[in-house]
Every structure is written in C-alpha cells, then in structure tokens.
Design a binder for this molecule. Structure first.
Ligand code: SF4
Length: 709
C-alpha cells in the first residue's frame, strides 16, 4: 500500500470511457492511483492502464524547459519562456504578413483539456484568421460526428453508459471494448449476467476477445460494413420488423433508402461481406425483435474512406425500428480519446465552430465573431489532418504548431508526414514529452503540463463533463497548455496590429470554461448552467445542462424531436464502396490496425510501465497459421511487412483470431520496433469525403521472410 498525504480527484487520461480516479500523492510526487467510487463512469473500477497511471510518468523523457534551435543543422538549446514565445510570435507574424493567415496551422489533440482546445481554436479562427486548426480526433471520431449530423442533426451521442443495463440487444460494430474501453466492457459483462436473455452481436473482421464472447460474431471482410447493415435493413423490412409509424412520424428520406436496399438481400451481402446469410438474418431479427436495441461503434467504422456512411447505415437500423430515445436503445459511438468530445464541443477542428456551430453557415460564423468580438471568422474551410500535412509538405503551410500529439507516429503514410515536417519552415511542438517521434522535428519545443498537473475539464463518451484537478505543481518550467497559448496570443496580436489582450483575458482555466459555457447558451449542447465550481460541488454532469438546470441529461431525443431544422431524423442512402485500396497478387493480404489491451496510442506513457508488457511484449504481425504456412513461415519468425508506401520488420504471430487472408498490427509500436517505425509506415491517407477521416484500418500488404529483399 502506498503512503501518501494528499488525495486529488481527476480522470484517467487514456480512453474515452473517462473513468474517475483519485490520485494519491505527496507535495511533489504521485504515489498511487485508485478508481473514484463516486464517479458515474466507473464507480471505482479501473483497467490495467488506468490502475498503473502513477507508474507512467518518467522524468527523463519530460520536456522541462523551452528549447530552440537557430537552424535545422543545430541541436536545440535551452531558452527562457520569454525568448521562446517572442521567437514564435516573430516567426508566425512574419509568415502571416508575407503569405497570409492560411500559411500557418495548428495540429492539436483529443488529449488536451476543453479549455486548452477552446483557446487554441480562438487563436486560429478569432485572432489569426485561419481555420487551419485540426486535431488527432480527425483520425478517431470525425466520421461519427458527420454521421450524427447527417442523420440526427447534431453531433450528440444520444446514449449513456446506464443504457447498457437496459438493453436486450447490443450490437458492437468495429470495436473491441474488452481491450479499448475495458470499464465499459465490465459493465456489459455485468448486464449480460443480470439479463441472460440479452443478445450481444459483434461485427469485426477479427475474433477479438469481445467477438469471442458474443452470441453472434459476424467476421466480415474489411470495408464491407455498409453492405451488412443494408442487408439487415432489407430483412427488417421483409419480415415486417420496421416501425412504420415511427418512420412516418419522425423521419424523412426513407423511401429512397427503402428502394436502395430492396435488392441487397442477405444472399448478395453474404457474398460481398464473406458472411453466412443466415447469420445476417439472425442479426437483423435479434435487433428488430428486441424491446431495446443499442449499438456501439468505434474505429472499425470510423477509420474508413466511407466512415460517415458506415455510421449512417448503422443509425438507419435504429431509425427504421424506432430504437432510439428510450432506455437501452440508441446508436452510441464510443470516443477513443479522453477528451475527443470536449474538442468537438468547442469546435476545435478545421470544419467546425464553437458550440456545434457550422463553419459553412454565414449566420453561425457571424454569431461566433460577435461572441468573440472580432470582425469575422473566415469562411474558407480549414485544412483537415491529412490535408494539413500535405500542405506543409508542399509548402503552402510554412509553420505548424503541434500540441500534445505525435503525428509522425499516428498519421497514415508516415513517410509523407516525415517529409512534411522536414519541409516546414518552422515547427513548434508543445508537449509534456521531449522524446516523441514528432518532437525530433521541433525547431521550438515548449514544455507542457500533463495528467495530474492540469486544471480543466474533459467530456467522456457519454457527454459527461468532469473537472480534473492538479495534484502536483508543474515540473521544471512546464506550463498549462491554455496558458502557453494565451501568452503566445498576447505577443502575436500586437505584431498583427490586433488587440489580443482583450481577446484572451483569462487568468484561470475556470475563466476559459466560463466563456466556453456561455458560448453554448441556447445550443443543443447548452452547458450555460455549469462552471468549475458547480462541477466540484455536484460532481460530473452530462450535457446539456442549461442555466437553471439541477442535473445533467442522460438521454437525448426522448421526445422524438431531433436536432434537424424540421425535427425529423434523416435516412441517408449510402455509398456501396468497400476498401479504398484493393488487394491484388502483389499485395494479397488485408492489413487491419488496432489496439492492444495494455497500451495506449504511441506508448509515451504506457511504454514506461514494465508490467504493461506482460500481455504482449513486442511488436508483431498476427496472421492465420495457413497464411504463415503458405509462405514457408512459422510462428516467431521475423518477417517483412510491406505495402505500396513502406515496410516494417517484425515478428510473425500465428493467431486463430485472424481470418485467412488478413493480418493485424497494433498501432502502438513505433521506434520500439525492429524497423524503427510502426504500422503507419504501411497505411494510406485516403479520406472519407464527408468527415475527412483517413482509412487507418486498412491497407493491402504482402508478408515475406525478413531476410528476403
Ligand atoms: Fe482509463 Fe479507459 Fe481504463 Fe477507464 S477504461 S481506466 S478511462 S483506460
């Protein structure tokens, strides 16, 4: 048992479940962590990652003071904060004056707190006048965002974790919560124990631990999700399981979708999806006959070049059966990162504006400009993640500011990102770690505070906002992310002839939150009734929480009035595309990427914890034993995995979880790998046309012995 003198409430900084934690600490050291029994996301439980958080901070890798280099050939040297921020302001101002505001860009992170996000967004869109502020949430949730907007009218997941306790049919699509959202999965296990009649259907090309537990596993071929959901809708209609009254009273666009799925029979879909048609029929019947059907989805649907339509096709099953807005019913996207949702709330993406306002709407832009007290918000859409680094690579964007994320590891087609960071005139990296792949390219490194040191809010997958409190003072010269941005804005404004002191008046994170909350007044996510102080008093709350509310809102659309202009939910006729890149004789295997149980993102934290290697201890490619044998390979051999973009060397692992013809590489491994780069050396940057989310989940690859060229 750890000895400690203080306890501070916070949340786990890993996944979007957003578990509450109690940090046990002394004045200058975190000694332990335990689940917060009062937090409604986890009621005291933590998974392997959360329960080892206190072991994950290593001082040797911390960025503790600003570092600057004069030229690319020289190493960075320590400088003062004043020198660092003056230099950054000079460089940004010079580039903006010469090339215009769109020559700079910010690439931020779902790991940031909402207050950090808010200030970054205002810096780009309000002060500088560019919408070039995007985030790694683009790689994660943007297809869910556009799917919700296209169907329900707003980016608002309608469900709560407590719906798991009320559902009798849970369809998990493109997700492995047993690994990636473990505490939600514990709740699913409890619900199944309490209600043995509850059905669990899992749609996943791999037989993951979640899929192995399912009543029905649909191991579809990569990229064929829409065909499956279209065929399920076909069955629902054919068997009279659709709710025609709900459809006519609360939706629009159904006749077009009905026509579209008329010929997509289970027999046809089974060919395309590689599934048995009777399993498709069973899945549709279970969904349509249940009293309350719920779906959960994650990156398997989102990280596709038709991720938006994967989502709308799944949501259509709910709308066709009226399975929404009731306890235990509804489409529920799980967020990957701890605060992807908070970033969406403040509009911290190239295509969004504050409080779910739309960049494409002149009225919304005017509203935001008036609220901020700036002449206008630019109409031109900003560059989204893949576009942004392409623009850096070809010189349209000259300065890029990266905060709390590691694109040289996590973006698809790594080689292009490396070229971009090499080509940039000025790269700022603001991070708690100085050892990420991206930090190596920083001309200016700004040390930021991290988990256990920060004050602000996060919103988890079920729209629940928690105020996280700092347990420790900032180490070295590290500063809070919002504070770094505020101070930079104060220096940049005068160089551009603008009054940034008035625009960024904040003395605390609570003041930033207050402005954000006010900006949501009257919107679907109205949190004008919340403040840091109130959250401290009454605990974490789900939005909306308007002024005067006494508690949050666990479930949306209970009145069947959707967030579209006419209140009707919309059906969307989906594309019939499958994967962006096809397999062929040269690249005959489907690569799937995903997560391990005990690691998080690029392992800058979990990689520091010895016990988190006990589950999987090295980078490996998982293949079906038949695929290994066909290549003269055996379990444990070193193999070269190659796509049209790059190659990596790693150990082969025979796995019954893989369909023949498919391979799996976890996305975490980077420089730890034998070949010094990770799965994203192989992936491609093809994006969904609506969400601009890249297809990180699939690439065509070949596998051969490592000693062959
Ligand atoms: Fe952290 Fe997610 Fe595990 Fe909860 S489930 S402890 S938020 S990693």
């Amino acid at each position: 048992m750890s000895m400690h003198t203080h306890e501070t409430r916070s949340t786990c900084c890993y996944c979007g479940v957003g578990c509450g934690v109690i940090i046990e600490h002394d004045r200058d050291r975190i000694t332990g962590v335990r689940g917060d029994p009062e937090h409604p996301a986890n009621f005291g439980r933590l998974c392997t990652k959360g329960s080892t958080l206190h072991l994950s901070a290593r001082q040797e890798t911390r960025a503790l003071h600003p570092e600057l280099r004069a030229t690319r050939e020289l190493p960075r040297t320590r400088v003062s904060w004043d020198t660092a921020l003056e230099h950054a302001a000079d460089r940004f101002a010079a580039i903006i004056r010469e090339h215009g505001p769109d020559a700079v860009a910010f690439y931020i992170s779902g790991q940031l707190l909402t207050e950090d996000y808010y200030v970054f967004n205002k810096l780009a869109k309000g002060l500088i006048g560019t919408n070039n502020v995007d985030t790694n949430s683009r790689l994660c949730m943007s297809s869910a965002v556009t799917a919700y907007k296209q169907t329900l009218g707003a980016d608002a997941p309608p469900c709560s974790y407590e719906d798991i306790d009320h559902t009798d049919c849970l369809l998990i699509a493109g997700g492995n919560p047993a690994y990636a959202h473990p505490i939600v999965y514990r709740r699913i296990e409890d619900a199944r124990k309490a209600n043995p009649a509850m059905k669990m259907i899992v749609v996943d090309p791999r037989r993951t631990d979640t899929a192995a537990d399912a009543d029905l596993h649909l191991p579809l071929l990569p990229g064929t999700d829409i065909w499956l959901y279209s065929a399920m809708l076909h069955v629902l209609l054919w068997e009279g399981l659709a709710d025609e009254r709900f459809i006519s009273a609360h939706t629009e666009g159904f006749p077009e979708l009905r026509r579209h799925v008329r010929d997509i029979t289970p027999a046809i879909a089974s060919e395309i999806c590689g599934l048995r048609s009777e399993d498709i029929v069973t899945a549709a019947r279970w969904f349509g006959e249940s009293k309350a059907a719920m779906s959960m989805w994650c990156q398997g649907l989102n990280q596709s070049h038709h991720g938006t339509h994967n989502g709308t096709a799944l949501i259509a099953l709910h709308l066709a059966t009226g399975q929404i807005g009731r306890p235990g019913a509804g489409p529920f996207s799980l967020t990957g990162q701890p605060n992807a949702m908070g970033g969406r709330e403040v509009g911290g993406m190239a295509t969004l504006l504050s409080a779910h306002r739309d960049l494409a709407s002149p009225a919304d832009r005017d509203e935001v400009a008036r609220f901020w007290g700036v002449p206008d918000v630019p109409a031109k859409p900003g560059l989204t993640a893949v576009e942004l680094f392409d623009a850096v690579r070809d010189g349209r964007v000259k300065a890029v500011w990266i905060a709390c994320t590691n694109p040289a590891h996590s973006m698809p087609d790594q080689a292009r990102i490396v070229e971009a960071l090499q080509a940039a005139e000025f790269v700022v990296v603001q991070d708690a770690s100085r050892s990420t792949e991206s930090a190596a390219f920083a001309d200016l490194l700004l040390p930021a505070t991290t988990w256990g040191e920060k004050d602000g809010t996060v919103t988890n997958s079920e729209r629940r906002i928690t105020h996280v409190q700092p347990a420790l003072p900032a180490p070295g010269e590290a500063r809070a992310d919002w504070l770094i941005v505020r101070d930079f804005a104060h220096l940049l404004g005068p160089r551009l002839g603008k009054d940034s002191a008035t625009l960024f008046p904040y003395a605390s994170a609570a003041e930033v939150f207050a402005e954000h909350a006010e900006s949501t007044r009257g919107r679907d996510l109205d949190i004008s009734g919340l403040s840091h102080a109130l959250l401290d008093r009454i605990g974490p709350q789900q939005w909306p929480f308007p002024d005067g509310a006494r508690s949050g809102t666990p479930r949306l659309y209970t009145e069947r009035h959707f967030a579209t202009p006419n209140g009707r939910a919309r059906f969307v006729v989906p594309t019939t595309a499958t994967t962006a890149e096809k397999i062929d004789a040269r690249y005959p295997l489907h690569l799937n990427t995903g997560r391990l149980r005990d690691h998080w993102h690029c392992m800058s934290r979990t990689g520091q914890v010895a016990r988190l290697y006990s589950h999987v201890d090295e980078a490996r490619v998982e293949l079906h034993a038949d695929d290994l044998a066909r290549r003269g390979l055996a379990d444990g051999d070193l193999v070269r995995v190659k796509s049209r973009r790059g190659q990596i060397v790693l150990r082969a692992h025979a796995s019954e979880a893989q369909r023949p013809g498919s391979a799996f590489v976890a996305m975490h491994w980077g420089r730890n790998m034998l070949s010094s780069s990770g799965a994203n050396a192989l992936t491609a940057g093809r994006v969904d046309p609506h969400s601009k989310q890249p297809e990180l989940k699939h690439a065509a690859i070949q596998v051969s012995r490592a000693d062959l060229p």
